[in-house]
Design a protein around this ligand. Structure first.
Ligand code: GLV
Ligand code: MN
Length: 195
């Protein structure tokens, strides 16, 4: 979904003192082979959290060689029962392949249709750009997923934290009306995310 590049590459200078739509390029004379390799997805993430999951991102911020190439990946680790909570990527379509375990993968269309399937090792999915999706570990053991995106920085709007853990928080009046429940329910949900 990112625009096409006008040159071979543009290794990001993440510290450049200016702001552009993307990142400026590091001078080509300073580019080395290391700029095109990344081992940040080799380690298992820490899944000790309320969702029992961990996302390790290989986007332009972690792997500057991806800058302006319109591509990136994530590693997603799941504890047994772990959930990658409903979220959407405003700038990318996502595809993924299960490396280990068994995952219920699903997304909802803008016509409010839910598509889902339980996937095992080697099986793939696609989530069209911007749609809300999740993965739930439905196997007995931990699970591992690798995902790929057609953006160097897909962005992620995580539904539960967007609605219940923003700073400052969304007024209760908005949430009680939106979900047709009382303040007690909203405050209870908000309390789960205050650390
Ligand atoms: C999975 O949904 C991911 O965003 O990596
Ligand atoms: Mn995703």
């Amino acid at each position: 979904a990112d625009p096409d590049l006008l040159q071979d590459f543009c290794v990001a200078d993440l510290k450049a003192p200016l702001s552009v739509n993307g990142f400026p390029c590091k001078p080509e004379a300073k580019v080395t082979s290391d700029d095109f390799f990344f081992d940040g997805l080799s380690k298992e993430g820490n899944t000790t959290n309320i969702f029992g999951w961990s996302v390790t991102a290989a986007n332009v911020l972690a792997f500057p060689g991806l800058n302006s190439l319109g591509i990136s990946m994530n590693r997603v680790d799941f504890a047994p029962g772990g959930l990658n909570p409903p979220h959407s990527h405003p700038r990318a379509t996502e595809t993924g392949v299960v490396i280990e375990g068994k995952l219920l993968v699903g997304f909802v269309t803008t016509s409010n249709v839910f598509h889902s399937k339980v996937l095992t090792v080697g099986q793939m999915f696609v989530v069209p750009k911007g749609l809300v999706h999740f993965q739930l570990n439905v196997g007995e053991r931990k699970a591992l997923l690798f995902t790929a995106f057609n953006s160097h920085l897909p962005g992620s709007a995580v539904v539960p934290t967007t609605l219940f853990a923003s700073r400052p928080s969304i007024p209760d009046d908005v949430l009680t009306k939106a979900f047709q429940v009382g303040n007690d329910v909203i405050d209870n949900i908000k309390s789960k995310f205050s650390s």
